[in-house]
Design a protein around this ligand. Structure first.
Ligand SMILES: *Cc1c(COP(=O)(O)O)cnc(C)c1O
Length: 404
């Protein structure tokens, strides 16, 4: 088995919860450190800051930061930066956050809008791809920027997208489409809004009678757990049913701070799911992925999706193979708690939506029987049940001739 991420900072067990404290910022007061606005104000955003904090910056990272930042900003919260192991070039946090020269190269098949969102956008900021639900992009800002961001065309230095704080166009569209029963807030990261602004937006959506279900896609609990305040949770609680999908890729991201922040959301009655992106030399490893899924359950989070990495321009160095994804799925199902098993999907290039890909468990199937195999490879047969047209004769009048 491939072993990556060996490093001095690697916890004894991948599932150990650690608190990383203030690290480089040990002179900062606890009050500031735990203030999410301080964390945002003090993000690492320049090459100079990066060089100062990380003397081990490689030539690829140096050049990447110089060049790639023009496309997708560099930003890392101090809290999250402390999770980077500067001694480890393959540190899974580092690979997700520090720009690399490879990002400036667009490989074959790569696109700026790999999921064809813009072509399914009836009004700016709204993607209406599926019949009964919409994706509502409410902001172009995130607490930190993932280098493989599928919306790098939009986030951090957007051009041509209008984010009107009143959201009138988008809300009017939802009001005028009674088939929309599910609204997914994403971006950028909706939890970067002030409590007041988020409350305003959620209230307006809740006032639409046909909107049944609300959810927020966010990486804030991972990048900035300080943002998950008791006040935020009390506010969110008014809008149930409200689900939150977080985004975590590696067990090292699940710290004491993150576990506590997720606990506060859970205690507010918010069901939590995780969206994980399969990334080369980050989590494309059976052992790491199993630990990650199990550790998520310990944070009361249900693994929701495992994404094959989108064909976003400049992401070839981070994309693992579908073969590897299937191997990981195979190693989860049956081998560990069913709640640990996410749905592995490819968001179809060009705008086909999420398509599940799964190891083959059905070996053959006809009208009479289904042949299946289990996680150990043992083969079983299940007799097919009759459905569709009834097999018994429908009542009818008997013909004279039949009686003779
Ligand atoms: C992922 C996504 C959704 C939500 O899909 P679910 O399978 O319901 O989680 C909705 N709209 C768009 C455009 C999406 O990409």
């Amino acid at each position: 088995m491939q072993t990556v991420n060996e490093s001095p900072l690697r916890a004894k067990s991948l599932k150990e919860f650690k608190s990383h404290g203030r690290g480089f910022w040990r002179d900062i007061s606890h009050k500031d450190w735990n203030d999410w606005r301080w964390q945002l104000k003090n993000r690492i955003t320049t090459l100079e800051q990066l060089q100062r904090l990380m003397p081990t910056l490689t030539p690829e990272e140096f050049a990447g930061t110089q060049l790639a930042s023009q496309k997708l900003s560099l930003a890392i919260t101090p809290y999250f930066f402390n999770l980077i192991d500067p001694a480890d070039e393959l540190c899974p946090i580092r690979r997700q956050m520090i720009p690399r020269l490879e990002e400036t190269h667009t490989a074959a098949w790569e696109m700026s809008d790999p999921c064809g969102e813009d072509s399914h956008s009836p009004v700016p900021g709204l993607v209406h791809r599926y019949p009964d639900r919409v994706l509502f992009l409410v902001t172009d800002r995130c607490a930190s920027y993932c280098r493989y961001c599928t919306r790098s065309r939009l986030v951090s230095n957007a051009t041509g997208y209008d984010f009107h704080p009143e959201f009138d166009k988008q809300i009017t569209y939802i009001e005028q489409h009674p088939e929309i029963r599910d609204v997914l807030l994403s971006g950028g990261d909706p939890l970067l809004f002030s409590d007041e602004k988020l409350e305003y937006l959620l209230s307006r959506l809740r006032a639409i009678p046909h909107v049944e279900f609300l959810r927020i896609g966010t990486r804030i609990p991972i990048f900035l757990p300080q943002r998950i305040t008791p006040e935020l949770c009390a506010m969110l609680k008014q809008f149930h049913p409200l689900f939150v999908s977080i985004h975590s890729n590696h067990p090292r991201e699940l710290t004491v701070e993150v576990r506590d922040a997720l606990g506060r959301l859970s205690d507010a009655g918010i069901p939590l799911g995780n969206q994980c992106v399969l990334l080369k030399h980050v989590n494309d490893d059976v052992e790491i992925m199993r630990a990650q899924m199990q550790k998520l359950l310990m944070c009361r989070v249900k693994p929701y999706y495992l994404y094959q990495c989108d064909l976003i321009a400049g992401s070839a160095h981070l994309r693992a193979s579908v073969r590897k994804g299937l191997e990981i799925m195979e190693a989860l199902r049956g081998h560990t708690t069913g709640y640990c098993v996410p749905t592995y999907v490819i968001d179809a290039p060009g705008g086909g939506g999420k398509v599940p890909v799964s190891p083959e468990y059905v070996l053959s199937r006809n009208d009479d029987r289904v042949v299946i195999r289990n996680y150990e490879g043992k083969v079983f047969e299940y007799p097919e049940a009759a459905d569709g047209t009834p097999t018994f004769a429908a009542p009818r009048e008997i013909e004279e001739s039949e009686l003779a």
